[in-house]
Design a protein around this ligand. Sequence first.
Ligand SMILES: [Zn+2]
Length: 487
Amino acid sequence: MISKKTEEQGENKMEKIISLCKRRGFVFPGSEIYGGLANSWDFGPLGVELKNNIKTEWWNRFVRRRADMVGIETALIMSPKVWEASGHLKEFSDPLVECKKCHSRFRADQDNGSLKAELVFLKEAEADGENPMKVSGKVVRYRLSGKCPVCDSPADADSFTSPASFNLMLKTFLGPAQEKANEVYFRPETAQGMFVNFKNVLNTTRRKLPFGIAQIGKAFRNEITPGNFIFRTREFEQMEIEYFIPEPKADHDWQKYFEHWKNEMKSWLRDLGVSESRLHFEDIPEGERAHYSKRTMDVEYDFPFGRKELYGLAYRGNFDLSAHAQGSGEDLQYTDPETGAKFIPHVIEPTWGVERTALVALLEAYSEEKTPSTDGEGEARTVLKFPFWLAPVKIAVLPLSKKEELSAFAKPLFETLIQHFACEYDETQSIGKRYRRQDEIGTPFCVTVDFDSLKDRAVTVRHRDTMEQERVPIENLVAHFSEKFAR
Ligand SMILES: [Zn+2]
C-alpha cells in the first residue's frame, strides 16, 4: 500500500522531472506553439542524446557484440495480411460497452463507478457459446453488474451491449483513394517485422539455431487512455529481440534461454543504474497468459504513479512463425543441419521500451542535495546522477570568465575534446551557476580554464558526484577522460 505522503512525494518528483526536462531541453510538449497535441512529446537536444545513448548501448550489447544475433529494420507500415495472420486485427483491442438507453460508452476494464465489470479469463475450450472476446491474445469475458452511471439502467442484456473490442491499431490509407482496399495500419509492435523476414534472414546469413533477430523502431497504438508523461504515448519506440531456438524436447530446452534473457534484462537494468528494490519480475499466471505462451514475465517498476510494466519477456512457442506460415503459404521451417529434421523454430521474446527506459533513468538519476559551498554556506543542488555512458553531455568546458585570453585557450581545448566526447562550451554567468547547470543535466565532468592554465597548461577537472577537483595537464586530457569513460 502506498501511503498518502509517498504518493504526494511521487507526484512532486514527476512534476519536478517534467519541469527539468522542459527547462533543460530533454522533452518538450508536442506541437506546443499550436496549443499542443494531447500526450505527444518531442525530444529536445539533450533528450535525443539520451535516447540515442540508450539505443546505441542496447544495440552494441545485444547485437554487435554477440555472434548469435543479427539486426534488421523493417517498414512501419506492413501488409494488412501480416496483422490478420498475427491476430492483431481481431484481438489487439480494449473492451468497450455501451448503454442502450442513454448510449454512454465505457471501457469495461476500467473503474466506471456504479457499473461493475468482472473480468473472467477463459481457456479456449471453455469459451464456446459464452460470448468471449480476446484482449491482447487472451480469451476473456466481462460479466457486467450494477447500473449505468449516467441513466441508472440495470447492467443487464436488455440495457447494455455485450463488451465489444475497440481495436488499438492506428489506421491510415496508402494512395490517393480513401477506400477499404487501401486501408493500412501503423505497426503496433516491431516484432512482426522479424517474423515476416525470418526466411530472408536465414537464407542470407546462414545462421544456425539458436539465433536472434533484433530491431529498434517506432510503434503506434491508438490507446484509449495514454498518460503519465512519456510512460504511455500513442507513438513510442521499442527495442525488441526474437530469439529463435530449436523445437524443445523438454521444458529445460526453452527454460535455459528464458533464464538467459531474464538475466540479460537484469544486468541491463543494473548498468542503467536502476535500484533492485524498485524492480519486480512478475510471472503472469497461466490463465492470464496468451494461450500459446508457456511462460510470460512482466518486468515492473515502482513509478511515482504506481507499479507499472517496464519491460516484457515471453516464451511464445512457435505460434508466430506458424501463424505466418499458414497466412502466407510460405514454408517457414528450419532444417537441422545435422539431423535433417524440419521444424518451425520456437521463440523467446524480450521487449524493451525506449521512452520507458529514459523515464526510469531520469527517475533513478534525479537527486537533490545540500552541499557545502566554497564560502562555507549550505547550497542546494539538483543532480542527475546518470551512469557516465548514459549522460547526454560528458564534459563541459568552462573558462573562468569571458576574458579573451581565457577563451583563446579554452576554445581550442573544447574543439579537441568534442572530437572524442559529447561536450558543451559555456562562458556565461558565474562559475558556480554553470556547475549547477551541468549538474542538473548530469554532465559527469567540468573542465575549468583559469589564469593559471595559461602558465602551467593545466585545467581543473571537477567531478559531478563528489564535486572533488583535480588539476590535469591538457596534454593528458583526452587520455584522462578516455580512461574515465572506458567501459
Ligand atoms: Zn445509460
